[in-house]
Design a protein around this ligand. Structure first.
Ligand SMILES: NC(=O)c1ccc[n+]([C@@H]2O[C@H](COP(=O)([O-])OP(=O)(O)OC[C@H]3O[C@@H](n4cnc5c(N)ncnc54)[C@H](O)[C@@H]3O)[C@@H](O)[C@H]2O)c1
Length: 249
């Protein structure tokens, strides 16, 4: 029996990209996976992929920017599974690219409400459950855009920096409660988000990466798996870049 077996992990944005790859990896390690997404079709696709490989998964629809839906997601998780061991707060949007002086209030509010407020809502209700048993492990999805600035995506950059501050704060608050909370900062990763952002020219990003290539969602999933494991037992409140060396520049 491995340490992930029969553990329950909740993954938001698990219908696509990094979230889906992480869902498949935890299922491979025999965790029970709650695949959550605002998009039902892609969410069920992830569940079906897990079931095809003999794993256990359920789909719970949730728009993380809606507090009532987040609260219901956690309530349903506990009702159906009795426990919540790990959470990967991964769902996010890139927003509409425009420089700071042209960013609309609509784009700003939408991006912050999903990426930052939505992630905080997830943590709020996950922590309320984890605190009952004084154990748990949370990984928040930030970005290299949470560590440095990027032109033309001010709301995205602000939201991803905010996630790191929120992660550090919740980590300190819960360091003596048996709950570890870390952030992961992916570099440029081959997902539908990156395809949209580069208008289908993802490989154009490779030249800026010291390793000379963009990353695979599975490489982020492996880092999330490690952060949830006891192998990272003395680590909390950190923002870990997995970026092919991008932030070493
Ligand atoms: N791909 C990259 O290069 C990259 C780099 C750094 C960070 N990230 C971060 O990784 C995370 C996953 O991104 P991805 O590249 O896999 O993107 P993706 O667009 O492929 O997947 C994102 C998923 O989140 C879901 N989602 C969006 N808004 C939601 C909401 N309000 N409620 C619930 N679900 C919602 C989408 O339906 C989708 O399934 C995001 O937080 C993103 O910012 C991605």
């Amino acid at each position: 029996m491995n340490e992930y077996e029969n553990k329950v992990i909740l993954i938001t944005g698990a219908g696509s990209g990094i979230g889906r790859a992480t869902a498949l990896l935890f299922a491979h390690h025999r965790s029970q996976v709650i695949v959550s997404d605002r998009d039902e079709v892609s969410g069920f696709e992830t569940v079906n992929k897990i079931k095809e490989m003999g794993g256990k998964a359920s789909f719970f629809k949730c728009d993380i920017s809606n507090e009532k839906e987040v609260q219901e997601l956690i309530t349903k998780t506990i009702k159906d599974f009795d426990q919540l061991d790990y959470a990967f707060n991964n769902a996010g949007i890139e927003g509409t690219p425009a420089p700071t002086n042209e960013c609309t209030s609509e784009n700003w509010n939408k991006t912050i409400s999903v990426n930052l407020t939505g992630l905080w809502l997830c943590m709020k209700y996950e922590l309320q459950e984890m605190l009952k048993y004084k154990r748990g492990n949370i990984v928040n999805c930030s970005s290299i855009a949470g560590l440095v600035g990027f032109e033309n995506i001010p709301a995205y950059v602000a939201s991803k920096h905010g996630i790191i501050g929120l992660t550090k704060t919740a980590a300190i608050e819960n360091a003596k409660n048996g709950i570890r909370i870390n952030a992961i900062c992916p570099g440029t990763i081959q997902t539908p988000m990156l395809s949209r952002f580069t208008k289908g020219d993802e490989q154009s990003m490779a030249k800026d990466v010291p390793m000379g290539r963009i990353g695979k969602p599975e490489e982020i999933a492996e880092a999330v798996l490690w952060l949830c494991s006891d192998k990272s037992s003395y680590m909390t409140g950190q923002a870990m870049a997995v970026d092919g060396g991008w932030t070493c520049h």
